[in-house]
Design a protein around this ligand. Sequence first.
Ligand code: NAI
Length: 332
Amino acid sequence: MTQISQVAFFSSKNYDQQVFSKFTSQSSINVTYIEAKLDELTVTLATGFDTVCVFVNDELNSQVVTQLAELGVKHIALRCAGYNNVDIPTCHQLGITVSHVPVYSPHAIAEHAMALILTLNRRTHKAYNRVKEGNFDLQGLLGFTIHNKTIGVIGTGHIGSAFVNIVKGFGCRVLAYDPYPNSELESVVEYTSLQQLFIDSDIISLHCPLTEDNRHIINQQNIEKMKKGVMLINTSRGGLIETSALIQGLKSQKIAYVGLDVYEMESELFFRDRSCEMIQDDLFQRLTTFHNVLITGHQGFFTQEALNEIAQTTIKNINGFANNDNEHTCFL
Ligand code: NAI
């Protein structure tokens, strides 16, 4: 007999409901959509559910995970690739299964990284506003030709490789650092040390997961090694960059452009309209004052194709767990 999974879907948005309901209406999954993010304050909302479905900024530390186990939750289904927000060892100790969506549309995130580069370089966001106001002055819009520039790619997994292919199309030289080099890329990129990548790159783009070992990999010491005028792009996880060091790098003009889709303390800010609130995060507010910083609110994944893929894989994971089908389930 097919098991009916009772799923508490945290941090839910309208677009999640629209996409997931397309695939759950015919399935053995009963989803309750909850707008709140899962953390220590909201964990009791998981009462009566066997599965919680969570996203990038839900906070599943050891306390939350322990409470989930006490409430009878057996499965945490992440509807994203990264899992730095979940205490996986504690889940395993408590017998909670964790699944994720390892690959959905790596091209979506790689394309967003390229969008940040092009916008920062040619300042199309400023040009758009100027032309709308009848201002056709080019002063301040001077860019550089990307062809022949050296791009440093940190992390050459699914997203990093898609990004490499994009920048190769622009005629760039690509340096890469990854503790596990991708053999398929060895003929198109030059794998090098992290130090050398920092020294030689005109543009550096982060595509590695956040771990305890690489937290603040972009810090004052490493910024000092970079070329003056470097462009830094982060579409991976905010914790890879030490924000105070980034601000110093911008103030000293060592860093000439910054494109961020993620931010260290984004869980307090992103995915909500806060335009009528007093934002309390002074570091974030300082970042927004630089004319050469472009921040988007973690939207790299946000394409129709990626959302469909996320929903389908998450549902497959939930059904797979309920029916002991390990072969078709992405467990961590
Ligand atoms: P992946 O697992 O396919 O590739 C990650 C690569 O990073 C691997 O080759 C791994 O060996 C390498 N790596 C691990 N530690 C490293 C380190 N210290 N230095 C350099 N390389 C290292 O992951 P994928 O799918 O390419 O995703 C990468 C990251 O992108 C995710 O972990 C997630 O944080 C982020 N992401 C962001 C999204 C967004 O909407 N902005 C959406 C999806 C993922």
